[in-house]
Design a protein around this ligand. Structure first.
Ligand code: TRP
Ligand code: SF4
Length: 328
């Protein structure tokens, strides 16, 4: 058997995960567990780069997110699951890499400019925010990752990571593989209002939502905007409820709804109810598991502690080579 490829990826601790997170990243990670040597972590220091003023909620978010990871199917038996801030040598490597990273690489980072323009209510003209990609590079190469599964929005950061690894190896001798970007397909489903699903838009359905919460959420979903009256034929191809059906309903039902919608043989209310019930059934096993972990928080803390320990050992091993190469 050949050695499994090492991959590393992280998520900022946003708390409860929604279906967009699940279809965007988490389900991919879950599948990759069997064919890769996986390191998945909660990037809590990264949360500080933009939310440094109010940090009170971060700890609770870390636990909540780990519970959703476990409930959805990430497994400590298959992957190393840990919390960034517990592995202090990420910070050491971040410092060392910051010495060799040209400012221009950071200033031309497209997400840097975008976020500063977008998040006008926050003062992001900090050193930490500019240096974000260096921290991300440290997160990745400290495990000598060969691949990084991320969405397209993170591709520029992985490119900077590769450049930093290359520069380090050039100056001090080979230590780091250059990790490849493993692009995860973006989620096919949108929020209830047809915008990108996001906690801050209040258009999200969460993995941990109760059946009733799901029914209520689904009832508010925007359907085919052209279909105003019950007798108007609809177009499932532009309807977000139909996209959900495609993910959660049996193929026969999807086919039937496709036809019935086009000839106004089914109303949107009924169509949504059907979808909601299928979604609820699909999420039931996740909900059951997350509820179990919520009742066994000591187990969650144990899993985090063990993951931290394994990650720390691996990171420390790399740091020994780094210090040696740098002669510090
Ligand atoms: N920047 C990533 C995001 O906002 C999170 C992240 C931090 C990450 N460190 C990482 C992702 C290392 C992959 C690898 O989603
Ligand atoms: Fe969408 Fe279903 Fe209404 Fe058709 S019947 S527009 S698929 S919700």
């Amino acid at each position: 058997m050949t050695k499994k490829k090492r991959i590393v990826s992280g998520m900022r601790p946003t708390g409860a995960l929604h279906l967009g997170n699940y279809h965007g990243a988490l389900s991919n990670w879950i599948h990759m567990q069997d064919s890769y040597d996986c390191f998945f972590f909660i990037a809590d220091w990264h949360a500080l780069t933009s939310d440094y003023e109010n940090t009170a909620h971060i700890k609770a978010c870390i636990r909540k997110m780990m519970i959703d990871w476990l409930g959805a199917g990430l497994s400590p038996d298959k992957s190393t699951l840990f919390v960034q801030s517990h592995i202090k040598c990420h910070a050491e490597l971040f410092l060392l890499l910051s010495m060799i990273t040209p400012l221009s690489w950071l200033e031309r980072n497209p997400t840097y400019k975008e976020q500063i323009a977008e998040l006008k209510n926050k003062d992001l003209s900090t050193f930490g925010f500019l240096g974000y990609p260096i921290l991300q590079a440290a997160d990745i190469i400290i495990y000598r990752a060969e691949g990084v599964p991320v969405g397209i929005d993170q591709a520029a950061h992985i490119e900077i990571t590769r450049e930093i690894a290359r520069r380090f190896n050039y100056f001090y001798g080979y230590v780091f593989p250059e990790p490849e970007t493993i692009l995860t397909e973006s989620a096919k489903i949108l929020g209830t209002d047809r915008r990108k699903m996001s906690k801050s838009y209040e258009n999200a359905i969460f993995l941990s939502d109760t059946p009733d919460a799901i029914r209520k959420r689904v009832a508010t979903m925007i359907t085919d905007p052209q279909r105003k009256k019950r007798n108007d034929p609809g177009d499932p191809d532009v309807c977000n409820v139909f996209s959900f059906h495609k993910s959660y309903s049996p193929v026969d039902m999807v086919k039937e709804i496709d036809q019935d919608c086009r000839r106004a043989a089914i109303g949107c209310v009924e169509c949504k109810q059907k979808m909601a019930e299928n979604l609820i059934s699909a999420l039931a096993p996740i909900r059951e598991k997350t509820e179990y972990y919520h009742q066994h928080l000591d187990l969650v803390d144990d899993i985090i502690a063990q993951g931290n320990k394994a990650a720390a050992a691996e990171a420390e091993r790399t740091m020994e080579s780094v210090r040696k190469a740098l002669k510090v």
